[in-house]
Design a protein around this ligand. Sequence first.
Ligand code: ATP
Ligand code: MG
Length: 466
Amino acid sequence: MDVLLRRMGHVVEQASGVREAKERLDAATTPFDLVVTDLMMADGTGLEVLDHARAISTETQMLVVTAHGSVETAVDAMRRGAYCYLEKPLSVNEARAQVEKALEKRSLLKDNVSLRIITRGLTPEGGSGSLIGRSTAFQTAMEFVRRAAPNRASVLITGESGTGKELFARAIHTSSDRSSGPFVVVNCGAIPADLVESELFGHEKGSYTGASSKTLGMFRQADTGTLFLDEVGEIPLPLQVKLLRALQERKVRPVGGTMEIPVDTRIVAATNRDLAQMVKEKLFREDLYYRLNVLRLHLPPLRERREDLPALIEHFRSRFAAENGRAFVSFSPEALRLMLAHQWPGNVRELENAVERAVTLAQGSTVIRDDLPPELLGAAGISRPGELLLPPEGMQLEATLEDIERSFIRQALERAKGVRTHAAAHLGLTFRSFRYRLQKLGMAGGDPGGGEGEGEGEGEDLRTRR
Ligand SMILES: Nc1ncnc2c1ncn2[C@@H]1O[C@H](COP(=O)(O)OP(=O)(O)OP(=O)(O)O)[C@@H](O)[C@H]1O
Ligand SMILES: [Mg+2]
């Protein structure tokens, strides 16, 4: 079986029994495409392997090999999700056909579910406030939240506009033991300079013209909770020293007041400006900078963590589809490609707005390219033939398309180190249609990209991974 699978161009991992199979299933970074298992093994039955594989991924296809034609167990295996069972002695043709069928089903499933992977386990809060992502950068940020939350130290969150600074600030608050206290947001850039002090620290009645009543100020409103100082780089210099004092002493003095009042507030600050640079230019106090910058979380722009795109797109799609009562709206492959190719200078906020707009504009149940914001439409480059110019002397379309096809196939094979199933995946093709194209273009014969017969090791085969 392993030899056959390798000949078919698959990457195969083997296990010698139930225990090892389970270990390998657990260790795989992406779920296996196909599991092939014997029913009777020394340390258990193949049914356990099936259950284990199924628990990890519902997409994994499963084939059962049975020696004794024990139909009951085989039926049991089918009931547990096995695609079919093969009786020993194996017929190579039959086995090959079943493997192909199972993997075809797998690739159909893959297309369907590829946008439905959301790291739900990582959401500190539910509903529309959920943090979505799966890139390493995102997971590092989530890990930071987990470690910073129980602390009282100030946090400084940096990142371009729309990267999720406020959402992460909330996550730190909700994951902390202050979560039953208030989360108070002060947008330091939006308050007129002469009012920032009383906004932050409160004021006594009559302390300045128009101060008709006493106010607490945001610091005291956030007592026992978290104060989020958004756009902290905008705080006027003269006030920075007062802010520093409040942070150091954990006390505030209201405008026009004489008493200092103790507050128990945790500070999370955010900025999209380069505070270190502002310190150099004497626009931001160095001592305050260090006071705020005890724990630092940097959120990279979306273009540097593109792995987050599919999950975010699906998250916003399902949210806005539900809000608009159009639960079945989905993206056409072209629209999706354009979304995935865009640079997203406005980061998650831009993406969120684009998806909302698209879901609202979509006629019927499919978002097409015309429903996307115009900035996205130039992104697909050469993959949009409409953008290529027809030479004045005319052209040979068939031959040109074949050249393009050949070039992409060659690149895909190179990238896949000759493994055809992988190359097919790079091109969004099923293995069958990839093989058909190789033949059609005369690229099928023993070229280095063949990927056949690259077996290493032999024996009883359990699984294959494409
Ligand atoms: N990882 C994420 N998962 C889900 N939604 C997100 C994520 N990151 C950001 N968002 C959403 O994107 C939008 C922008 O996020 P947020 O307001 O936190 O960004 P910001 O960094 O504070 O931006 P600005 O600097 O412009 O204030 C919000 O609607 C937020 O809910
Ligand atoms: Mg913000």
